[in-house]
Design a protein around this ligand. Sequence first.
Ligand code: ITT
Ligand code: NA
Length: 229
Amino acid sequence: MLRYVTTNEGKMREAAEYLGSDAVEQFDYDYLEIQSNDPGAVAAHGAREAHRACGEPVITDDAGLFVDALNGFPGTYSSFVEDTLGIERVASLALAEEDTRASFRCVLAYCDGDSFEAAPDTVAREDRAVAAASAPEGSSTGTERPDSADSSDSDNAAERGTLPVKLFEGYVPGRIVEPRGDGGFGYDPIFEHGGTTFAEMDADEKNALSHRGRALAKFTEWFETGRDR
Ligand code: ITT
Ligand code: NA
């Protein structure tokens, strides 16, 4: 069975809603997160570690909120900033700016120990163009590559570096608002898309347009159509 590696119940709810609760189960494993402003690098590193820990096919999910006027803050540090500042203070910082545009990004990393033959670039071109246009410099999303960040932190660096991982990215633009709604999780109450905050949507509505829903759609298409191998 496919394992969704997360300690976050909100992520798991959305993944199970999208993939079906009999197709995926939670692997509540707190992998060591590398420090990087690239969510793809964080997710890829986690997927290798989680696969090595359980031997089953795994997906990791690294996500974050990127506020344009704050140069992409809190980005890959969204979890730490949610715990330290809290979402209201992030909203205050963003709302002090003239430009309140922001985006959510999610990178899913799949690893089952098998290799993938196709070109390793799994991020759709059009999405990348959108992300590049709006994301701050230096935060461009990864596709699979030899992880330089992986090579120094483990005595199994060589093996870890060769375990193939496939990445799927989702991106959604929006803007920061005062908190509204009590659904969803994390930064959902302060993120508005099309006049509605993510916390005002149910999981189904959010999946239809969210960063995670878009990444899950790409994963599903690949997973169900031969996996390029
Ligand atoms: P795992 O690493 O165990 O999956 P986490 O919550 O630490 O759980 P991240 O490292 O990816 O996950 O941190 C993501 C942060 O962004 C965290 O503060 C989440 O609450 C927030 N976040 C992620 N996806 C979100 C979403 O769809 N809506 C609102 N906030 C989200
Ligand atoms: Na995390």
